[in-house]
Write a protein that binds this ligand. Structure first.
Ligand code: NI
Length: 178
């Protein structure tokens, strides 16, 4: 396994639409996923999409740590997971503000409008179809990572730029979680 170099905002790989994975069971995809999980844990982060490691393919890894999950039974802790060629459906027109950071935009975070509940479907490396309906933090993580596959970074989703800042400043003011 290996820790991969993470592309930072400004790199063109982050703003392109990614290509579907032709063979989710291919050994090179399994290796990429294992390296992405190691890179995500090392960072540390809760999600990492393939374009962030300079690979414009439609897959991402994520995890929902127990301390970040909510009271909702559809927002429980989840270990390292992968979604290959995912589909995402927002289950509500409602939007809630989600405080987010991104490993490609180090040191910053912002409040981003997200759907509170989503349904997703994708494949794992063994060719199993994964389908889930989730809410809360889990739903926001998946929306953030899915956006990466379409070349969308979280600032492109923001509606209130007053809620955007450096972690150091926001922590000092104890504004917002994360
Ligand atoms: Ni990100």
């Amino acid at each position: 396994m290996a820790i991969l170099k993470i592309a930072r905002m400004g790199h063109p790989v982050l703003i392109q639409r990614c290509d579907p994975v032709a063979d989710p069971g291919a050994p090179e995809i399994r290796r990429l996923v294992a390296d992405m999980m190691e890179t995500m844990e090392d960072a540390p982060g809760v999600g990492l999409a393939a374009p962030q490691v300079h690979t414009p393919l439609r897959l991402f890894v994520f995890r929902i740590p127990g301390e970040r999950s909510g009271a909702d039974p559809d927002d429980v802790a989840v270990g390292n997971s992968v979604l290959i060629n995912p589909e995402l459906e927002l289950l509500s027109a409602e939007r809630v503000l989600s405080w987010e950071g991104c490993l490609s935009i180090p040191g910053l975070r912002a409040a981003v409008p997200r759907a509170p509940r989503v349904r997703y479907r994708g494949m794992d490396c063994d060719g199993n179809v994964v389908t889930r309906e989730v809410s809360g933090f889990h739903a926001c993580v998946v929306q953030h990572e899915y956006d990466h596959l379409d070349g969308i970074l979280y600032p492109m989703r923001m509606t209130d730029f007053r809620l955007f800042g450096f972690n150091e400043e926001l922590n000092r003011l104890s504004v917002a979680q994360r």
